[in-house]
Design a protein around this ligand. Structure first.
Ligand code: SAM
Length: 385
């Protein structure tokens, strides 16, 4: 586990952390109950303008940053997506909308892969800092297509095309809940309060309404103190996608499981993780604004909401299954020996079982489409939701 004391922070990082901690402390002190929900804490830690982890201008993505996502490993992830959506994109009208585009690498690689001047590429990105990074990445690596890219502040209406989001749902703030010591008393929220020195601490909050819990948590017998996450805002986010999409398809990639695996009674501490300099830890109260805070996605919640919102379900599978079916292994045949070596490392990272290849899932949704999204037949996992 990374300890804040082991990391040498730059004066800029120290200053950001100090300001952000003060702001959150003020919010807690000003609240009636002297506590805030964990989702409010994460929202400020990640998205507070200029200071939050995704809003400040300290490096986040890639080898120099805190974590590596699939598009940062090379262009094979984009090639797989391009193959999957090719037919659907033609049918729905040559527009891609990427939500939460990070460094802009996936946008760049998709523009280069399609190499099509009729392709419109829209990006919805809440972070001004990341918007300018995306701008720079696309301009530097795919200048020819730069004019085809538009940044949006809100989801468009009546969108016709393909929506893509990689590792966005897990960045939507979650709430924490805990099974009470006396199991008859059900569950309570774990909120964030302050200790005597002003440090952030978990604080038992109000009881959780049983009917608001996922079915698994209502019925199973969980040990006292079992902790896990709820992400009520995710359902609203999917509703938003449904309202936005008139005709086309959606591809969502993220770390996660179906409900029975997610809320397994032996997963005692849930799935909350923090990342800093490629090191994982489980303490969201350190390195505030300087580390990513994430929890896995409950894909049963995603698919149930999508179904209720009128989406057709194209499929659900692992990242490895999706990329292999979309020809990731064939890419090596077209390059020389040195590139083959580099590519084999990339393929290994993207498809390794027990890691990214298996824990990252992809879900495909569509509306009013006849063309299929490719990649969901080889390792269909719908039965696990
Ligand atoms: C873990 S990063 C993933 C970035 C990129 N997709 C990748 O794969 O490298 C999460 C991204 O989602 C964005 N994000 C978080 N919440 C969002 C929301 N509600 N709507 C749109 N983007 C969001 C963040 O600003 C960031 O760009």
């Amino acid at each position: 586990m990374t300890n804040q004391n082991q990391l040498k922070l730059s004066p800029q990082a120290e200053a950001i952390q100090q300001k952000l901690v003060q702001l959150i402390q003020e919010k807690i002190r000003n609240s009636d109950t002297k506590e805030i929900g964990f989702d409010d804490f994460v929202n400020m830690a990640l998205y507070e303008p200029q200071l939050g982890y995704y809003q400040n201008n300290l490096r986040t993505f890639g080898e120099q940053g805190d974590f590596i996502t699939a598009p940062e490993m090379g262009n094979l992830f984009a090639h797989g997506i391009a193959k999957s959506i090719k037919d659907a994109l033609s049918e729905a009208g040559m527009s891609i909308l990427e939500i939460g585009a990070g460094s802009g690498q996936l946008a760049t690689d998709l523009l280069l892969t399609f190499n099509n001047e009729n392709l419109k590429y829209l990006i919805l990105e809440p972070s001004a800092t990341l918007q300018s990074l995306q701008n720079e990445t696309i301009k530097t690596q795919a200048d020819k297509f730069y004019q085809q890219v538009t940044w949006l502040n809100n989801l468009p209406e009546n969108f016709e095309g393909i929506i893509i989001a990689n590792e966005v749902m897990d960045a939507i703030p979650c709430q924490m809940i805990q099974k009470q010591e006396d199991k008859q008393d059900g569950w309570h929220y774990l909120n964030v309060g302050l200790d005597e020195g002003g440090g952030f601490v978990w604080q038992a909050g109000e009881a959780v309404e049983l009917s608001s819990l996922p079915a698994a948590l209502q019925s199973e017998d969980y040990p006292a103190d079992y902790m896990t996450e709820l992400r009520p805002w995710l359902s609203g986010w999917i509703k938003g996608l449904s309202k936005c999409l008139k005709k086309g398809a959606v591809l969502l990639f993220d770390y996660g499981y179906g409900q029975s695996e997610y809320y397994h009674s032996q997963r005692l501490k849930g799935t909350l993780q923090c990342f800093s300099r490629h090191t994982k830890n489980d303490n969201p109260f350190q390195l505030v604004g300087l580390q990513d805070i994430t929890a896995h996605v409950d894909f049963t919640q995603v698919i149930e909401t999508a179904h209720n919102e009128g989406f057709d379900i194209e499929g659900y599978t692992t990242q490895a299954g999706f990329l292999i079916e979309n020809g990731i292994l064939d890419q090596q045949a077209a390059v020389d020996e040195k590139q083959q070596y580099m590519m084999s490392q990339q393929i290994q990272k993207l498809t390794t079982q027990g890691q990214m290849g298996e824990i990252i899932k992809v879900i495909g949704l569509s509306k009013q489409m006849t063309a299929d999204l490719k990649g969901f037949d080889l390792q269909c996992q719908l039965h696990r939701l």
